[in-house]
Design a protein around this ligand. Structure first.
Ligand code: NAD
Length: 478
């Protein structure tokens, strides 16, 4: 189960490209170099673009059943290598092996679900107001797609784009994160082994800004799909606008959790701990602002603290660990900054608050209490293992505070009141809301944000729709 040799996939060939450039891939659990990743040069990117056009013209003509058979075969290949892909995902990204397995299982489910759903891309017949005329609205693949994704879910972030595009009949050129390439390569290998025609999927790596500028300056791609931070999303959207590309933007979040005094506190504290520290908090839908109703605040914090203190942090390959390292050392200073800023503004540090001294990039699970809304961690996405908590008094007040940021990805609430739940479903300004759990993601449900968290969806029929265009045609007869 060793870390694989890293290559790019261009025009159906696994290649080092022609730039002669590369970068090391590091294991965040110990800082060691585990691989060398080749970079694409301009000629490689041009070849990828040209082949994605040729691949599109082959793939769009396949029937949905033919496409489903290739994708199903790829899903079986991933099943066959499930343990080794999961272990390499942990090696390159750091998350505990149990989480890596769940992620890969979800990614394979996504592939199967999209492959089946691709058979149900229906158009419609529209009754005509004119005699002897028929109107038809038909769904067609939008064209070659270009995608860029973040490192935090090396399998799911890639698969959401690849499976959606391929099931819709599009070709796709993707630049996964340079920090987590092996998982994306394993997904690509499963598809090429399953008989995906050359050019339908290209996988490239390089200097992100250079790769995106090159790919988006071409008129070949008809769609951009991005998963990452808000500033990079805005930048890429501007580049895509020059060539009138459609966009899907899956961007950052800062999810409020509203814990009301009529909820099951024990369950809420347990679920909040598991949700907050999943993937060391490096999750776009991670719960990041804990608003707890004032009369249960102390009790909730006591339970939360006990759970956090019971966590085990270490190398994700050790099955006993509940949290792994941050993806890279660069994230540690950012966490330090959030903690010291909050404490300087009056917050109290209950647990953690500092890096764990070791060769890897570990930061202790951290719990802060009485955090003012003006602290940086309450307004900037933490993307790390820090739980800031604050009190609230009334429903109206907590809704206002939850909606006060420009982020609008996910929100959570724990309450026993149907009335409170009803008001939240109407008033909370996020694309996703979970009540009495932290569950906002299934392969068959729409995943996406509002406001600065982006637009467009992945998952559910909405996730296929974003790769389709509508062609209207009329036919006169008789
Ligand atoms: P980032 O935007 O800096 O990087 C994300 C990815 O884009 C990386 O792979 C990076 O290599 C690439 N990238 C960076 N600059 C680029 C450029 N100019 N052109 C092309 N690609 C470029 O974000 P990050 O901090 O590495 O990742 C975390 C962010 O991603 C968080 O904000 C998180 O919330 C967000 N995210 C969102 C979702 C979602 O579905 N909404 C899912 C996962 C992560």
């Amino acid at each position: 189960m060793s870390y694989p040799e890293l290559k790019m996939l261009i025009s159906g060939e696994w290649t080092d490209g022609s730039s002669g450039k590369s970068e090391p891939v590091l294991c965040p659990a110990d800082g060691s170099t585990i691989g060398t990743l080749p970079h694409a040069g301009p000629a490689d990117l041009d070849m990828a673009l040209q082949s994605s056009l040729e691949g599109f013209n082959i793939w769009r003509k396949k029937t949905p059943h033919e496409r489903q058979m290739v994708l199903e075969k790829a899903a079986r290949r991933l099943d066959d290598s499930f343990e080794s892909i999961s272990a390499n995902l942990t090696r390159e990204m750091g998350k505990p092996i149990g989480e890596a397995r769940i992620e890969l299982r979800v990614a394979i489910d996504l592939l199967r679900w999209y492959a089946e759903e691709g058979k149900r891309v229906y158009g419609r017949i529209i009754p005509s107001r004119f005699p002897n005329m028929q109107h038809e609205a038909r769904k067609l693949p939008v064209g070659p797609v270009v995608a860029f994704v973040a490192w935090n879910f090396p399998a799911v972030n890639v698969m959401r784009k690849v499976a959606g595009a391929l099931a819709a009949g599009c070709s796709i050129t993707i630049k996964p994160s340079e920090e987590t390439p092996a998982t994306a390569i394993a997904i690509g290998k499963s598809l090429t082994d399953a008989g995906l025609p050359a050019g339908v999927l290209n996988i490239v790596f390089g200097v992100p800004a250079e790769v995106s500028e090159h790919l988006l300056s071409s008129t070949i791609p008809r769609k951009l799909s991005f998963t990452g931070s808000v500033p990079v999303g805005i930048h890429l959207q501007k580049l895509a606008a020059k060539n009138m590309m459609r966009c899907t933007m899956e961007l950052g979040g800062h999810s409020p959790v509203m814990v009301f005094d009529d909820c099951d506190i024990e369950t809420a504290a347990k679920l909040c701990t598991a949700g907050k520290f999943r993937n060391a908090g490096q999750v776009c839908i991670s719960p990041t602002r804990f608003f707890v109703q004032e009369n249960i605040y102390d009790k909730f914090l006591k339970l939360f603290k006990e759970h956090v203190e019971g966590m085990r942090v270490g190398n994700g390959l050790d099955e006993q660990m509940s949290m792994g390292p941050l993806v890279a050392e660069r994230r540690i200073d950012i966490m330090d900054g959030f903690v010291s800023d909050a404490v300087s503004k009056g917050a109290e540090l209950l647990v953690g608050g500092e890096a764990i001294q070791s060769e890897g990039s570990f930061f202790a699970p951290t719990l802060l209490q009485e955090v003012p809304d003006t602290a940086k961690i309450m307004t900037e996405e933490p993307f790390g293992p820090i739980a800031p908590t604050a009190r609230f008094t009334s429903l109206d007040e907590v809704i206002e505070r939850a909606n006060s940021l420009q982020f609008g990805l996910a929100a959570y609430a724990f309450t026993g009141s149907a009335k409170t739940a009803g008001v939240l479903k109407q008033e909370i300004e996020t694309g996703m809301l979970a009540i009495n759990s932290l569950h906002v993601h299934s392969v068959e449900t729409p995943f996406g944000g509002l406001k600065f968290s982006g637009y467009g969806y992945e998952g559910g029929i909405e996730g296929l729709e974003v790769f389709l265009a509508t062609r209207y045609s009329s036919e006169t007869y008789g």
